[in-house]
Every structure is written in C-alpha cells, then in structure tokens.
Design a protein around this ligand. Structure first.
Ligand code: WQD
Length: 339
C-alpha cells in the first residue's frame, strides 16, 4: 500500500521540489497551501513534471476546523510542514504576524498529531545556530538566542515538536535544519519565485543578470574570512528535497533511533559570496554587475554544516556541484523571462 504524505506549503519553493521527489519515490502526496506567498506556477510545474494532477487543498493551517477536515478526509501517514512566513526583516517589523501565523499553524498540526499519532517532519533552519563559535556546526552545536522573530519561530516550533513527541503516544518527529537552499529543478518547471525585491542572494544574482535589477550589492567585504565576504553552505534544492524522502522513509519504515531526531541538511562546504558570484559568471558565461556595500545588519560571518549525521543515518548526501546548481537557477530565471 502506498503511503500518503501531506505537504503543507507544497506550492512554495521548497515544498514543490519535495513534492516531486516524494511522488517520484512512490508516495501519494497531498498538497495544502493558501497561496498567501506564491501563485500557481510551481503547483502547475509539479503536475507537469509528474504528468498527473496532484490533490491540492486550498486552506489556511491557522484555521483549526479546516485542518481537522483535511486530516479527516485524507488518511495521512506523515506530514511535512512548510507553510510559514519566511522573511527575516518583515518578522522584525511585524512580529505578531510571524508568531500568529507560524506558531498557530504548527500547533494545529500538532493537535492532529496528538489525536491521530502522526509522523511530523518540521522544516527548521541553520538560523537556530546564530553566529557559531565552532565550525562546521553539528546538531550538538548550541542553539543561540534568535536574532529575529522568524528565527525564534523556528526554535519554538522545534521545541513544540520535541515536547509533543515526548508527551503523546504515537507521535514521532524529525526536524531538518536547512542551510542555504538555492537553485531550481533541472526541468526549469519549478523554482524560486520571490515577490518584490529578493532578500536572498541567488535570486538577486539571477534577477541582476537578466536585467530586472541594476546591480548586486555584496554586503560587506571586510569580514574575517579568506576573501572578506560571508561564507555559507549553499545546498541544491533538489538535493535538499531528496533528504526529505530519506527522512520520511526513516519515519514510516520504523528506522528512527529516537522518536525525535534532528539532522543538518547541508553540503559541508563553505562558499563565500564572492566565490558564488564568480562561479555564477563562469558557469553561465556572463558578467554580473556588482559592487561592494556595507554589511547587512544581522548577518553572521560564516556558517556551514557538518552533515555527517544525515550522511550516515539518513543515507543521504548532497550531490550536485555549486556550478550545476547555479546553472539551474539561471535556466529558471531565463524561463521566467520567456528567454
Ligand atoms: C547569503 C549571503 C548576505 C543578498 C537567510 C535567512 C535564513 C534562511 C535562509 C530562510 C549573506 C549576502 C545577500 C544580497 C549579499 N531562511 N547577500 N547581497 O542570510 O544566509 O539566510 O535565508 O527562509 O534564516 O536568514 O541568506 O541569501 O539572504 O544571504 O551580499 O543582495 O549573501 O550578506 O552573506 P542568509 P541570504
């Protein structure tokens, strides 16, 4: 019997790629999304890649009655929760928007988990590590006090899941801490669709290259790193999506070593902003208009993962090179521009 996985936020950037990998691995997938921060492009792209129309429930996870109806209607074996707001700056300006939405929606899912004994996978973030004292970071590295309400919701949701797993029979949980997800599906049918001016580096690069933005500002070239620019662990979106398939299989096949587990999802390879820009220019054979600008408030100097636990326990490893990923990101931007 095929198992059914619910993907909340399944029409978004990460959710759509995860949906494709789950379906291709043989799971039934139910997508639920309220389209508050995306349109139908990725949902349509998912259906085109898979050659079938996946069930789509348009709903808000803050609506407890709607969540109850969803779980009564479908027999869900595992739930992956992506539906959340994700802009760091906006969360500082409007914390109640973030606390209201990101916490309430997850509590409604956990309520169903308590009632029905669910497997829950939470999409967490490397942001929980703050500015690490030691690199690379392992799952044992201490979490630092969050510097934004967005980051705080990630920490709080991890704790909600840990406590519910400890308290309620039959509830199991995995938190995946993503480093910096970038790129797009090789089909160029799904990808990142930022609204307005992108906050994140790669969409800003591709929009500058296509001519939508005049110039990329590299925030800070006086950091204590080899070339003075910040270092991150950029992880290909399809590689990241595959980690979810491994984690879901681990939960559903009874392979978990503890009922609540945490895994870093990264490559283990630090890449600086300057290195990323240079790699983008080289692999796509173009010149990017960029300038150095002051540091951005809140940025950490450097962070990258020790992915050993995920490699060994999930049997998962990041495979794509940063060049392949940047070529896919560029193909997606060109597709959006109709080029
Ligand atoms: C990467 C690097 C910037 C834009 C954020 C969130 C995190 C996570 C992923 C999201 C930094 C530099 C960027 C630009 C630049 N969760 N940069 N010019 O900040 O590592 O992580 O996104 O859902 O919680 O904080 O990612 O892509 O914004 O920045 O120089 O125009 O690129 O300073 O060094 P970040 P990012």
């Amino acid at each position: 019997m095929k198992k059914t996985v619910l993907v909340s936020g399944g029409a978004g950037f990460i959710g759509s790629h995860v949906t494709v990998e789950l379906a291709q691995a043989g799971y039934n997938v139910v997508i639920a999304d309220n389209f508050s921060n995306c349109d139908r492009t990725n949902y349509n792209g998912v259906c085109e890649i898979l050659g079938e129309k996946l069930p789509l429930v348009e709903m808000d996870f803050c609506d407890a009655a709607a969540v109850e109806r969803l779980f009564s209607e479908y027999k869900i074996d595992a739930c992956i929760h992506f539906a959340a707001y994700k802009a760091v700056g906006e969360s500082v300006a409007d914390p109640l928007k973030y606390y209201g939405n990101n916490l309430k929606s997850f509590l409604n899912i956990l309520e169903q988990a308590r009632k029905r004994g669910l497997n829950v996978l939470f999409s967490s973030s490397a942001t929980v590590y703050g500015e690490p004292e030691k690199l690379p970071v392992t799952e044992q590295s201490p979490r630092q006090e969050a510097t934004s309400p967005y980051g705080n919701t990630k920490q709080m949701c991890e704790d909600f899941l840990r406590d519910c797993v400890a308290a309620y029979d039959g509830v199991k949980g995995i938190a995946l801490r993503y480093f910096n997800p970038i790129g797009a599906h090789p089909s160029a049918l799904i990808g990142e669709l930022p609204r307005g001016v992108p906050n994140n580096l790669v969409p800003f690069i591709t929009q500058t290259a296509i001519g939508k933005r005049e110039c990329l500002s590299i925030f800070g070239n006086d950091y204590p790193t080899p070339d003075g620019t910040c270092q991150r662990d950029y992880i290909d979106i399809v590689d990241l999506a595959k980690a979810h398939v491994c984690a879901v299989a681990r939960m559903l096949d009874g392979k978990m070593k503890k009922p609540y587990e945490i895994f870093n999802i990264g490559t283990g390879r630090p890449v600086s902003v300057m290195e990323l820009v240079t790699a983008f220019e080289k692999v796509n054979n173009l010149k990017l208009n960029y300038k150095f600008a002051p540091r951005r408030a809140g940025d950490v100097t450097a962070i990258w993962a020790d992915p050993t636990l995920a490699n060994e326990e999930l049997g998962w490893k990041a495979e794509r090179s940063v060049e392949d990923t940047l070529a896919a990101a560029w193909a997606w931007e060109k597709k959006l521009a109709g080029k």
